[in-house]
Design a protein around this ligand. Structure first.
Ligand SMILES: Cc1ncc(COP(=O)(O)O)c(C=O)c1O
Length: 431
């Protein structure tokens, strides 16, 4: 057995399928975001503009968050020293859980080492604890939710993406007596579309099902206090488990669930991926708590408004230039390429020629034929940055002979944005 060859062949297969991932070595500058240094091996580093960060609100470089982390590290040290059960339950982590429970209007919250682990741990545990459980899972759910569904002993059925008629059909078929868990996301990060959360909660009530909602791409970003889409839509109390990350809108690291005391206690007590791993360090917990606290306040609402404004502006500017922006009502700006090789070529050209960094999104993250650039404006992307981006993308589209669209598709998105919008700035940008 030539072990080495097996790994080499595995990588060759990925390369043949255009699925091989190349990481860009970045040195972020807290004072200059979205500018960063691109470290290019032997070559001289080059300044680039990041357009694909999930640090959506730039909380990862916010002075109050940095101060909270530095103070906690100096005071408590940098590690947690153990699992939650064996000396790792540090006080900042306990405080963070209380803050998160409050944010989502729930009795309790539980913090995990990542959002990925929160989904895996919670969905599989609930699925195992509910007798003869049927999990109904949205077709476009994130990998971490799929892993949670797969690892549980529950039966699973997939409903077509955001198709409530299909979901209802499956709920009705299962009958009111059977334990059922509906698993879905509030905001799907690759398309940027938003679930009809209230209507899913209605269905859950009608058919006596539990609801589990991933708000990873919405917490911090939506709702008057950053509680996500459920807060924006006034339905937090109608979702049994809200799951979020600390790594995107809150700019740090870790994941969590917020739910009833009974659910949180059960997951805490049964989930191996929660129990048998080292707890989050106190400095990370303190930084996350500072970010959550900041975003709950008026200044947080202003940052959200600025974020929405820059996202809308980017969508409109790209769309007006004839670029194929995929319509959606959120802050995500997907631009369709539709071919893996061209998608990679476009992002290489953006980086090399224009010093703009956008990671290509290819299969299996999105379906083949729907390869895209996923652009994520932040409050720190200025109008001048947006203008630079438009110019660079038009050049890349022309150089690679990618198709422009004649009828900008932004119209549909604008209508939805207006219907949902909570911020005056957002309304103005949508007009
Ligand atoms: C919908 C969704 N859920 C969960 C996660 C995992 O979150 P984390 O990055 O905190 O592990 C991601 C990551 O991108 C995601 O997109």
């Amino acid at each position: 057995m030539v072990y080495r060859r097996i790994f080499d062949d595995a990588i060759t297969r990925l390369k043949d399928e255009r699925r091989y991932r190349v990481f860009v070595d970045l040195e972020r500058d807290a004072g200059a975001f979205p500018r960063a240094l691109w470290r290019r091996g032997e070559g001289l580093p080059r300044e680039v503009t990041i357009w694909c960060s999930n640090d959506y609100l730039c909380m990862g470089r916010h002075p109050e968050v940095i101060a909270a982390m530095s103070e906690a590290a100096a005071r408590h040290g940098v590690g947690s020293g153990g699992t939650r059960n064996i000396s790792g339950t540090n006080h900042p982590l306990v405080e963070l859980e209380a803050e998160l429970a409050g944010l989502h209007g729930k009795e309790a919250a539980l913090v995990f080492t990542s959002g990925w682990i929160s989904n895996l741990a919670t969905i599989s545990t609930i699925g195992d604890l509910l007798p003869n459980c049927l999990i109904l899972s949205d077709q476009l759910n994130h990998n971490s939710m799929i892993e949670g569904v797969r690892r549980s002993k529950a039966e699973r059925q997939i409903f077509r993406h955001n198709d409530l008629a299909h979901l209802e059909e499956l709920l009705a078929k299962a009958g009111p007596e059977r334990a059922k868990l509906i698993v879905f996301e509030s905001l799907y990060s690759m398309n940027g579309d938003i679930a009809l959360v209230g209507q899913i909660a209605d269905l859950a009530k009608r058919y006596n099902a539990m609801t589990y909602m991933d708000e990873v791409h919405a917490v911090g970003l939506y709702g008057p206090h950053g509680g996500g889409i459920a807060e924006r839509d006034g339905v937090m109390d109608r979702i049994d488990v809200i799951e979020g990350t600390l790594a995107k809108g809150f700019g740090t690291l870790g994941g969590y669930i917020a739910a009833s005391e009974a659910i949180v206690d059960a997951v805490r007590s049964y989930a191996p991926s929660f129990i048998f791993t080292t707890a989050l360090p106190p400095a990370v917990a303190a930084a996350a708590k500072a970010a959550v606290g900041f975003l709950k306040q008026r200044q947080g609402a202003e940052l959200r408004a600025q974020h929405q404004r820059q996202s809308m502006l980017t969508k409109h500017a790209l769309s007006a230039a004839g670029l194929p922006v995929m319509a959606n009502p959120s802050h995500i700006v997907p631009v369709l390429v539709g071919d893996a090789e061209l998608c990679k070529a476009a992002t290489d050209m953006l980086l090399e020629r224009h010093s703009i960094y956008i990671q290509p999104i290819n299969y299996p993250t999105v379906a083949k034929g729907s390869e895209r650039l996923r652009i994520t404006p932040t409050p720190l992307h200025s109008d001048a940055h947006v203008a630079e981006l438009v110019e660079a993308l038009v050049d890349v589209w022309q150089s690679l002979k990618l198709p422009f669209v004649e009828q900008p598709k932004i119209i549909e998105f604008r209508r939805e944005a207006e219907a949902h919008c909570t911020y005056p700035e957002m309304k103005r940008a949508a007009e």
